[in-house]
Design a protein around this ligand. Structure first.
Ligand code: SF4
Length: 437
């Protein structure tokens, strides 16, 4: 067995969604009503985007701005409310299966703003006390009052970006933070009853040694988080660290393998190339079954994406501060009726729907269900995607007795190569010609 002929580079890109947002384009307006008319609406995912942070990290290309004026945040929430009202009236969601609030840093909101956010969610019919509800935060933006509010209002998963437990590394990442503040924040979070605490860490920072990475992993595990996400550093266009020395030695492969060994021996199960979860974790809520391959997603806010079977859409996307501000201002200026039409996104012909099903399934421990694929699309998986045979031949994937195709442990290590390798030529072309602003 030798995987090298299949993939020379493990770190091609992160296929966290398909198609990538860089394949979205301006399009003829489509009515929201028509778009959702034949969609299943009984197990929807609600994603709410708050594009505000207390600082702009050097490695981050997410749709967010640092330190906006409070009036902008208030105006943004007013528009969010109008968008939610339009969605309720036009899409008529039947029930939500999951909620995620991300950004940005949602805990950037002050208490009255948080209260308003939850009332918007509830008015839309999404009750965080009844379904899995996740909330992103940063060490500097939390306090006891906010955490108590989130706990009492049903948030059961909190996710906090730490990146590193070494001050020098976070400085090199363009995210100056004091480790003392990080530890205080984690100790504070642990005083509340959130079912799952997730910590995000980054590896491959310039100058990071295996010993330094091991130190951050040990520190992370000492807080017993139920989940740890490890992100390889990708230096992305228009971000702060883009300017740094890119000829530094790339240790990401060694650091990834070190983390995998360390976390699995510390009682964590590997769910994907990035996600490690304590084997003992169980959800505190009886969740409706939501399938990210098949069920729809409703996105609220500028930068939030929404998915129907045939079309993915959002507001425009940018990375540079001035351009993000412009898109946020355009969003704020909208009224309810403006949300009745969609004019930016990508249509998914059946060929792309199939690819999406394959990519979203195979990179996750839940695996690629070939029988489900065949019942949805009427074709044999391996005749539609003969290249998957290469993964089987090279023991990067196996087929189990229930005809589910799983990445092997070594295959999981190549997830960031396998995902982009499965993109269609059409989507690759769109990504390559996207004009990043
Ligand atoms: S990494 Fe997180 S805290 Fe930093 S700018 Fe991006 S969204 Fe904000």
């Amino acid at each position: 067995m030798n995987s090298k002929p299949v993939f020379n580079n493990r770190f091609e890109g992160y296929a966290y969604s398909y198609p990538h947002k860089h394949s979205y384009r301006r399009m003829e307006p489509v009515s929201l009503e028509q778009l959702w008319a034949s969609e299943k609406k009984d197990a929807l995912f609600l994603y709410i985007h708050l594009p505000f942070c207390e600082m702009r990290c050097g490695f981050c290309n997410l749709f967010t701005i640092a330190n906006p004026q409070e009036t902008i945040v208030d105006a943004y929430l007013n528009t969010l409310q109008q968008q939610a009202e339009t969605i309720r009236r036009v899409i008529k969601p039947e029930s939500f299966a999951q909620i995620a609030v991300g950004g940005g840093t949602p805990t950037f909101l002050e208490m009255p703003q948080l209260e308003k956010l939850f009332s918007i969610m509830r008015a839309l019919g999404a009750e965080p006390k009844d379904i899995p509800a996740s909330f992103e935060m940063s060490p500097k933006t939390i306090n006891p009052q906010k955490l108590k509010f989130l706990e009492e209002n049903g948030v059961d998963r909190v996710s906090i970006g730490i990146q590193s437990f070494l001050d020098g590394e976070t400085k090199a990442l363009g995210r100056p933070q004091k480790n003392k503040e990080v530890e205080e924040a984690l100790n504070l979070i642990r005083q509340y009853r959130f079912n799952t605490l997730n910590l995000d860490l980054i590896y491959g920072t310039y100058g990071q040694t295996p010993a330094a990475w091991q130190y951050s992993l040990e520190q992370a595990v000492s807080f017993h988080p139920e989940e740890i996400f490890i992100y390889p550093l990708y230096v992305r266009a228009l971000t702060g660290i883009n300017k740094l020395d890119q000829n530094a030695q790339d240790l990401r492969e060694d650091l990834y393998l070190l983390a995998k060994k360390f976390l699995t021996s510390a009682g964590y199960e590997q769910i994907s190339m990035r996600l490690f979860r304590l084997k003992t974790v169980r959800s505190s809520k009886a969740a409706l079954s939501y399938s990210c391959q098949e069920d729809g997603m409703i996105g609220l806010g500028a930068g939030a994406r929404s998915y129907t079977k045939h079309l993915h859409y959002s507001s425009e996307y940018a990375v540079a501060r001035g351009n993000i501000k412009h898109i946020i201002n355009e969003y704020i200026a909208k009224n309810s009726s403006d949300f009745e039409f969609v004019d930016y996104g990508i249509e998914l012909p059946v060929e792309e729907q199939k690819r999406r099903f394959v990519i979203k399934s195979i990179l996750h421990a839940s695996a690629l269900d070939t029988r489900r694929y065949e019942s949805l699309y009427g074709n044999k998986l391996l005749s539609d995607f003969p290249q998957l045979g290469l993964l089987l031949e090279n023991q990067l994937a196996v087929m189990d007795e229930s005809q589910k195709m799983h990445l092997t442990s070594q295959g999981t290590d190549y997830s960031d190569a396998i995902g982009p390798w499965l993109y269609s030529p059409y989507i690759k072309e769109l990504i390559q010609t996207f004009e990043l602003k």
